[in-house]
Structure formats: C-alpha cells, structure tokens
Design a protein around this ligand. Structure first.
Ligand code: HEC
Length: 466
C-alpha cells in the first residue's frame, strides 16, 4: 500500500518552507489589495472631475493610473505566479485539494482577473481619447472586476481557516460562504482602500503642480481613509468567528502570534489616527517622505496580519482536513503502519553525509513531516529546540507531537521513524560523528514509543480533551 504521493521537494534553508510562502504571499496580497482600492479611488476622482468638483482630477487620474498599472500589473503578476511556484513546492497536496473543491470558483476568479487586466489596459491605451462617461464606466468595470476577484479568492482562503459546515456536507457553497468569509472580505476591502489612499498621497507628491492643488488632492484621496474607523469592529468580528483554539493562541497562547497581532493593530491605529487627525480634521499637507513612511507602516501591518492569519490555521492548511505537512488527517492511522516515507522517491541532498541508514530515514521523515515549519539549524530550528533534551524526552515529545504543542500535527509514521528522527537530532547535536550505531535500548524504546503514540492518539490537538 502506498504511503503517500510524494511531490518534488525543495529546500529553502535557512528559511523554513512556510516562511517562503509567507514572504511571497505578503508582497502579493499587498499589491493586489492596492490594485483593488486603487480602482475605487480612480472612480472617485473621475467622478470628482466630470462633475466639476475637482479641476485637477484629470492630472491625478493620469499620474495615479500609470503608477497603479506599473506596480500592480507588473509586480502583482510576477508575485502571483511566484505564489504558485512556491505553493506547489511546499504544499502540492493542499493545492490539489483546493482544485478538487473549487475548480470553477477558481476559473471564475481568473475570469474576473482577466477582465480587470483588459479594462486596465484599455484605459491606459485609450483613456485619454474617451468621453468622461465612458471613462467612468471603464473604471467601474475595472474596479468591479478587481474586487470580484478578491470576492472569489477570499472564499477559498477563508475556507482553509474556517471550513464550517463544509466539513460535514462537503457542499461547495457551505465551504465558500464559510464563517470567516464576510469579516475577511470586509476587512480586506477596508485595507485595500487604505493602501490606495496612502499610495495616492505618495504619487500626488510627485506631481508638478502648485502646493495648494496638491494639498486639495491629498485631502480628497484621504477620504478613502475614513472607512478605517470600521477596522477594529470588523477585526473583532473576525476574531469571534475563529475556532476556539486559534483564538486562544492569538490571545496569548502563542506569544509570537499575540505580539504580531499587537503590531498589526498598533500600526493600523497609528495610520488611522494620523489620517483622522492630520488629514481629515486638520487638512494638513503631507510630503512624500511621510507618505512613504505611512505606506511602509501599512505594509508592516499587512505582513503582521497575514502572519497571524496563517499562524492561526496551524497545524492545518485546511482545518479539520489536511495538516500543514500536506498529510490528510484521516491518513495518520494508515501512515503509522506503513511509514510516511516508505516510497518517497526523492533523494536526499548529499546522502553520504549521514552515518547510517537510520539517520537517512530520519532526514527523510523530517523533510516530509516537519520541514514545512522547521529547519535543522535555521528558522524554528529542531536542533535548537531539542539540544538539551534526553533521548527519551525526544522520543516522547515527538511520539506525542500534537500534545507537545497543539499547533503541530500528530506524528504520522511508524515508531521506527520516531526513533530515526530522535537519533538524527542526537547525532547532529553530537557533531555528526562518522559512525552512529543504533541505540542499545532500541527494542524497548520502540515498544515505549508505540505506547506513547497510542496514548496520544492519531487526532489533532483540537480534538484531544484537556
Ligand atoms: C504546522 C507546523 C509544524 C509542524 C508540521 C511541526 N512543527 Fe514542531 N513546532 C512548531 C512550532 C510553531 C513550534 C513552537 C516553537 C517554539 O515554541 O518556539 C514547534 C515546536 C517543536 C518542538 C519543541 C517543543 C517544545 O515544547 O519545546 C519540537 C521538538 C518539535 N517542534 C519537533 C517537530 C518534529 C520532529 C516535527 C515533524 C515530525 C514537527 N515538529 C512538525 C510547528 C510545527
């Protein structure tokens, strides 16, 4: 019986694999949200211009649109494709599951994206020659398509975190309109408007117009910052629909996540406060440097927020269905019999390095089950986490992985694989000597490990009673 389908592997050390997805994803999300909010802002200025409310609106439209197209089309497309490359290298089976469930939703998202790009390009090429009315409609088309692509992809991404009733029914729409769908969509829409306004202030500062005109344009763009006041409410709504264990981690259970959430909230508060007082109430002028700083702060908030969202999903890529290691939760029982790497065809990098077959087995198990969240010596290093442990402590904690820390999946292999991982860690910590015989107490150890694994069970921590 096959253990698992194994997809080509890559090693991004010293970064763990999850971090690579995170880094590319954050840049992409930032650009994509800017593109959506930017569309809305363009519609607003087109309307201001054609209704005679803002004489310099046309100047803004031309300058801002070029920046938007350049940044979001070029960099957005590049990072979007990079997202696919990294996610198929890190979680091919998760992507497979998403395709199985959401094939047509994804096709629809792509259609929206295609319309967005076509409308954007048409505006760039023919906008100058079109009537005001036609320009407005083209911009509305662009914005609607951009926002709808968010609408569709948001259903898939929020399903990963809170699949809701889908878990029982496997009904597509129950999964799509899952518990975090609306708070997530609303929050991202608010973020998109914020980013668009901050970028606008930066772009306006590059315009060769008098200071009074610039000040007026900045004040107009700042209107898009006003909806930020809703952010705390929507964030609380979001928090309220999270599963109990995820929420506990955010509220102090995992201090890294708590602090990141604090940073996201603090940075958003600073931007919101500045926008409210300086831009909207006092109608101050802000220069390019300040605008760039605010935008950087917004990037920090986006990064921290995405980190928290991804972190809160651990140990799953699709909650209740598939672990971050791309192992299905119903596969663990079987893998505990067959082993997780029995038919892993991919060679280790530099296999001669290891002093024995047992250590090579350990290295493969770590690659399959742990490396999405750990490295040996770099980020979240296994070496560092275990280097003062006794041998039995390693065996016990790995055998009962989901109890050791609730954001890890249960160990999904044989007792021999647990032992191999424990030995690999000890060998590495001993300075990688040329010979490393099997443990003298191996036979008893395997019996103990099996008993520990049975005691911990094969279900995720969220299903283990305290
Ligand atoms: C879903 C991500 C994820 C996976 C998969 C994962 N871990 Fe972890 N692991 C973590 C996180 C996060 C921590 C907490 C690190 C910290 O506390 O600084 C952790 C902590 C640990 C610790 C230290 C526990 C403690 O209480 O000090 C060990 C040992 C460990 N992991 C081993 C493993 C091994 C071995 C595997 C693979 C069989 C694995 N982990 C798979 C995320 C993961």
């Amino acid at each position: 019986m096959a253990s698992l389908p194994h997809y080509p592997v890559n090693d991004f050390g010293p970064a763990m694999k999850g971090m690579v997805i995170g880094a590319v994803g954050i840049v992409h999300v930032f650009l994509a949200q800017f593109a959506i909010g930017g569309g809305g802002l363009l519609c607003y200025f087109q309307w201001l211009g054609q209704s005679g409310r803002e004489p310099a609106a046309r100047r803004f439209l031309d300058g801002y649109f070029k920046a938007l197209v350049l940044v979001s089309f070029v960099l957005g497309a590049m990072t979007g494709v990079a997202m696919w490359l990294t996610s198929i290298q890190v979680g091919a089976r998760t992507i497979g599951l998403m395709i199985d469930e959401f094939h047509w939703v994804w096709a629809t998202e792509w259609l929206c994206f295609a319309i967005e790009v076509a409308a954007g390009y048409a505006f760039l090429r023919y906008g100058a020659r079109m009537s005001d009315r036609a320009r407005l409609w083209l911009l509305i088309l662009y914005t609607a398509a951009a926002w709808l692509s968010l609408f569709w992809i948001n259903g898939i991404l929020s399903w990963q975190l809170t699949p809701g009733r889908w878990l029982e029914t496997h009904d597509l729409w129950a999964g799509f309109f899952n518990p975090s769908f609306w708070p997530s969509l609303l929050y991202r829409t608010l973020v998109a408007m914020t980013l668009a306004a901050l970028a606008a202030v930066l772009v306006i500062n590059t315009f060769d117009v008098d200071r009074e005109t610039r000040r007026r344009l900045i004040h107009r763009a700042a209107h898009f910052l006003a909806p930020m006041v809703l952010m705390p409410l929507v964030a609380l709504w979001y928090l309220a629909v999270l599963p109990e264990d995820s929420r506990r981690w955010l509220m102090g259970g995992s201090i890294a996540m708590t602090m990141f959430m604090g940073i996201a909230a603090g940075a958003s508060l600073l931007i919101g406060g500045y926008a409210g007082v300086a831009l909207l109430l006092r109608r101050l002028y802000i220069n390019g440097a300040t605008a760039a700083l605010l935008l950087a702060l917004a990037f920090g908030a986006t990064a921290a927020g995405e980190f928290v969202r991804e972190g809160a999903r651990k140990p799953f890529t699709v909650r209740g269905t598939m672990y971050s290691s791309s192992i299905g939760i119903d596969e663990v029982v079987r893998l505990r019999r067959t082993g997780s790497v029995a038919d892993d065809p991919w060679p280790l990098r530099d296999p001669e390095r290891y002093a024995s077959d047992e250590l090579r087995l350990g290295a493969k198990v770590i690659r399959t089950q742990c490396e999405v969240c750990h490295t040996m010596d770099g980020a979240n290093a296994l070496n560092h986490l275990t280097d003062r442990w006794t041998m039995d402590q390693r065996r016990l904690n790995i055998a009962q992985l989901q109890r050791t820390k609730g954001f890890m999946p249960p160990f999904a292999g044989t007792p021999e694989e647990v032992e191999a991982v424990a030995q690999l860690l000890a060998w590495h910590q001993a300075g990688e000597p040329a010979t490393w015989p099997m443990a003298g107490d191996r036979a008893e150890a395997l019996v103990k490990i099996r008993a520990w694994m049975d005691e911990a069970g094969s279900r995720p921590a969220s299903e283990v009673k305290p």
